[in-house]
Ligand binder design. Structure first.
Ligand code: ADP
Ligand code: MG
Length: 283
């Protein structure tokens, strides 16, 4: 049997107010770890939301032939709307029950075993991010989509976040991660998708693209493909300050007018309610 992708996008366009944010994007998402990179505002989050069904494409098709099982898709939005007042363990337990998974194992996997009794609002931005990853992968979905899982994490935590993502990416599980952390992309990604102004500028196995562009690493590849000026403007830091609203996404936060600092999941899309953090897809 020829390998079927876990997910595919065919000629997907998404516009906001008539302005294309994604333009004719076609992609096959295979098992393994795929990193989606690109400057702020290039459409990474929109691409990920379209992939998980949180945003409808304006045109084109999304197919999920390999996203099967009781929980086909796990999704970590860029801003995670956890409900205050519950501990980390209670938060995971709520979702774990839905998919018959074990919240304690999930906490341990992400290195939060000791933080189970802490309330989510008392967790650092980085720990909330890790909790979000734990929650996204509950129930062992075959398509895991993480929007900037390493943002706002200190060096140890960002490594842990990527390692957790890479560990999920096995024979039939596709993990798609958007990130500015090009060093971690080098270490962990099998494939890379480089977005530039809503279009796929390059996509394929990381090794192959490095070869084709004569680049030594993902950072150099990014510079070659996106262009020097854009690469410098698209600040590739993920500030190790433990605050997930660390401004790395300034561009789109300003443009989408949500006041920037919201931490409450108001990833508002004009045509759908706030994305559910559970990662239990509505499809
Ligand atoms: P990235 O994740 O690469 O920073 P996004 O996908 O968040 O990029 O955004 C791409 C562009 O689409 C930005 O210009 C952003 O302002 C715009 N955009 C994203 N979501 C919305 C929305 N809900 N309404 C209007 N514009 C949006
Ligand atoms: Mg984004």
């Amino acid at each position: 049997m020829p390998d079927e992708p876990v997910a595919s996008l065919s000629d997907v366009t998404r516009t906001y107010g008539g302005v294309p944010v994604l333009e004719s994007v076609s992609l096959a998402v295979d098992p393994g770890l795929t990193a989606v990179v690109g400057p702020n505002g290039s459409g990474k989050s929109t691409l990920l939301r379209v992939l998980v069904g949180a945003t409808e494409p304006t045109a084109g098709e999304v197919d999920l032939p390999g996203a099967t099982g009781p929980k086909p898709i796990g999704y970590l939005p860029q801003r995670v709307p956890f409900r205050d007042g519950f501990t980390a363990r209670e938060t995971l337990a709520f979702y774990a029950r839905l998919v018959d998974d074990d919240p304690d194992a999930a906490l341990d996997r992400i290195g939060l075993g000791d933080a189970g009794e802490r309330r989510v609002e008392a967790l650092s931005g980085g720990m909330r991010r890790l909790l979000g990853i734990a929650q996204a992968v509950l129930g062992d979905p075959s398509l895991v989509v993480l929007d900037e899982p390493a943002s706002g994490l200190d060096p140890g935590m960002r490594e842990r976040a990527f390692r957790a993502a890479a560990e999920r990416a096995d024979g039939d599980t596709a993990v798609v991660v958007s990130s500015h952390a090009l060093d971690l992309v080098d270490d962990h990604a099998d494939r890379i998708v480089i977005l530039r102004r809503g279009e796929v500028a390059a996509a394929g196995p990381l090794d192959r693209l490095l070869d084709e562009h004569g680049a030594a690493d993902a950072k150099e590849l990014y510079r070659v493909v996106v262009g020097e000026a854009a690469a410098l403007a698209g600040d590739d830091t993920e500030a190790p300050d433990g605050d997930e609203s660390d401004g790395e996404d300034k561009g789109s936060e300003d443009e989408d007018g949500d006041g920037g600092d919201s931490d409450d999941g108001s990833e508002s899309d004009d045509d759908e309610p706030a994305v559910h953090v559970t990662g239990v897809s509505d499809r």
